[in-house]
Design a protein around this ligand. Structure first.
Ligand SMILES: [Zn+2]
Length: 297
């Protein structure tokens, strides 16, 4: 048996976040075309864009930088992978999560998303840890939302290309390759959503759960340290997916505030809604109280 470290927090509100003046200074990632060759590596899912390297990369399907920040003793807590028992967190060795899905040129083009997401993930972990530490400090961190949602699409493409989505045998769509490699925007209302649930932080955990409908993947639920994000690629049915293109996540405890501001400079409407969380300062080794029973085993 392994234990889960839980830091308790509560959602205070979904409300307007007045973002700071950093908005204009955030630079979103712009992908540069790597060259002009027609070579297509047979195993690279971006081969349609040409410019492949002759070398395949041995890419981590979940970015290595994320795995490293999640890892404890060479293992990570993960839920949702197709070979895992449904609804169960498991401990997986970091080095089992590699696949040959991108040539080294196309892999290195996307590495900027990995570093940005690594910074985002570290901020999520640090914010919760800092607020319950002996020396809490207020802080604001800034991110480009388009970078975060494109990283999520990159992870999904990795799972699709390596045939690791249960009951799905499709291939990576040309549209996804265009969004990732040709700076194409997501279609209207596709992309990142954040749900105000659930309530607690599971220390160093990652969840990846595809939303399947009529044999297609219409989205993915990502749990990043148990904050629930959705990447939507269509309009799946079911309950609300929360806030579209959220402006931020603010965590607070005892008057200290740690805020993540997320910018969407090309959106026609200003999205100023964000999520406010309250850390209660308690920690425990057991499973979170709001989890369904099947997750607790
Ligand atoms: Zn390639």
């Amino acid at each position: 048996m392994w234990s889960i470290d839980t830091i308790f927090r509560e959602v205070v509100s979904q409300n307007y976040i007045e973002t700071s003046s950093m908005a204009n200074k955030i630079k979103c990632i712009q992908i540069q075309k790597p060259g002009n060759t027609r070579y297509q590596h047979e195993k690279c899912y971006a081969k349609g864009t040409g410019n492949c390297s002759t070398k395949i990369s041995g890419e981590h399907v979940i970015s290595h930088v994320i795995l490293r920040s999640l890892e404890k003793n060479g293992k990570v807590k993960i839920i949702g992978l197709p070979w895992q028992k449904k609804g169960h967190f498991g401990l997986l060795p970091t080095n089992t999560l590699k696949s040959n899905i991108l040539c080294s040129t196309h892999n290195s083009i996307l590495s900027e998303f990995d570093s940005e997401m690594g910074r985002f993930f570290k901020t999520l972990i640090d914010n919760d840890q800092n607020l319950i530490s002996a020396k809490p400090e207020s802080n604001i961190a800034h991110f480009c939302g388009y970078d975060l949602e494109r990283w999520m699409l990159k992870v999904l493409c990795g799972f699709i290309a390596s045939n690791q989505i249960a009951n799905f045998s499709g291939t990576v769509k040309d549209l996804y390759v265009d969004i990732l490699f040709n700076n194409m925007p997501f279609p209207h209302n596709w992309g990142l959503y954040i749900s105000p649930l659930p309530l607690t932080q599971i220390d160093h955990s990652f969840g990846f759960m595809p939303l399947m409908e009529n044999g297609d993947v219409l989205g993915v639920e990502f749990l990043l340290n148990n904050v629930r994000f959705y990447l939507l690629l269509g309009t799946p049915g079911g309950p609300s997916f929360g806030m579209y293109h959220p402006a931020g996540i603010e965590s607070a405890n005892n008057g200290f505030k740690r805020r993540i501001e997320i910018y969407w400079p090309n959106d026609s409407q200003e999205n100023l809604q964000g999520i406010y969380l309250h850390s209660t300062g308690k920690t425990s080794k057991g499973p979170p109280r709001e989890w369904p029973d099947e997750w607790k085993q």
